[in-house]
Design a protein around this ligand. Sequence first.
Ligand SMILES: Nc1ncnc2c1ncn2[C@@H]1O[C@H](COP(=O)(O)OP(=O)(O)OP(=O)(O)O)[C@@H](O)[C@H]1O
Ligand SMILES: [Mg+2]
Length: 386
Amino acid sequence: MRNTPGNPVRGEDFWDRKDLIEKIWKSLERGSILLIAPRRFGKTSLMLKIHDESKKGWRPIFVDVEGMSAPEEFIVDLLERVAEKQGKSLLEKVRDFLGKIEEVGVENIRIKLRESLKTEWKKRGKDLFRKVLERDIRYIMLIDELPLMLRKFPQKKIAGEFLHWLRSIRQEPEICEKVRWVFGSSIGFHSIIRELGVTSNVINDLQPIPVLELSTKEAERMVREILKEELNIKRIKKEVMNHIFKKIGYPVPFFLQILLCSLITLYKQEGRLTSEIIDKAYTDLLKPWNRSYFEHFRERLEKYYEPQLAEIVKRMLSLIAYKGETSKQELSNFFVGQYQQGAIHLFDLVISDLENDFYISKDKDVYQFTSNVLRDWWIRYYGWRE
Ligand SMILES: Nc1ncnc2c1ncn2[C@@H]1O[C@H](COP(=O)(O)OP(=O)(O)OP(=O)(O)O)[C@@H](O)[C@H]1O
Ligand SMILES: [Mg+2]
């Protein structure tokens, strides 16, 4: 297993999260699911794993829909892939759908279908689905980045309708037993639902499955495999391993891999693996050249909230990072002092957003950063100022 922080990992570079994958397959037997995780926790890699090593009896279809901006694009693209997996062109499957199909030609089918779906996409889209799906096959539609697609819709109203439509497809008697859906997204579904002003009913049939940290045992095995592959290190002293996890805290594969990048470079220079080298690697991890790996934690807040509120939320995080632990009362005093009108309701909302998105976690009545790495990064770049 190589150390490859950055893009989704596949094949040998994927650390096999067996328990989680088993859990996903079990849930798929019963219904559709929503992968819940902060950014960079491995959602896309997991979806690709389900796709690449699908269980017998299922036909997986993976689509990253981030670049799309209309229902007809989604429907045609997805169904085109379904047809391709059957070894057929979409044209063959929808021969009678467009009327004078002989005039269309394979190369124009996509354009024609999209045009035909521009009006009445809800009804016609459903009809198309029924037409294209094969009779005795069960499908898993792995859809990545749906909320980003919805944000690109020119009208919020249509984006909301599209979410309702997707739900109705999942409930459709003819379709629901043979099609399961797995949704993953780098931004939370809860935020897009709020943005669009729709009720959470649109996703309440999906079973949420959290994709969080690795267990310590799993994480240790992953570190061992990577250091063996990259540096031919066969044994790692217990104290060194413990030190890695003391520094990194919550073992997220991505954070571990960034640390290992620095560690591998340092080992090549110094030829030893000690706690001191790990400290150095950890300091490197927070250096400006790695800044872009984490910057999305700040950017996301600026996308979620209007500018004044975003500033206050960032300062609140700086306060939590600086203090280590902060009580709910102290945070709410801080927030109300800064925001004034209607602040308490907003405070509760912000706190639950920050918890949902993994910035902070609550232990009894105090809040702290969930990840050491994120906390140290926040202190370094957005440290507390009076
Ligand atoms: N199972 C895994 N094995 C090894 N590395 C992993 C695994 N899962 C995640 N990673 C690490 O995390 C990084 C991000 O993974 P991935 O792109 O799948 O996450 P994501 O949750 O889809 O991110 P985003 O929210 O930004 O779309 C990978 O480049 C890799 O370094
Ligand atoms: Mg992803």
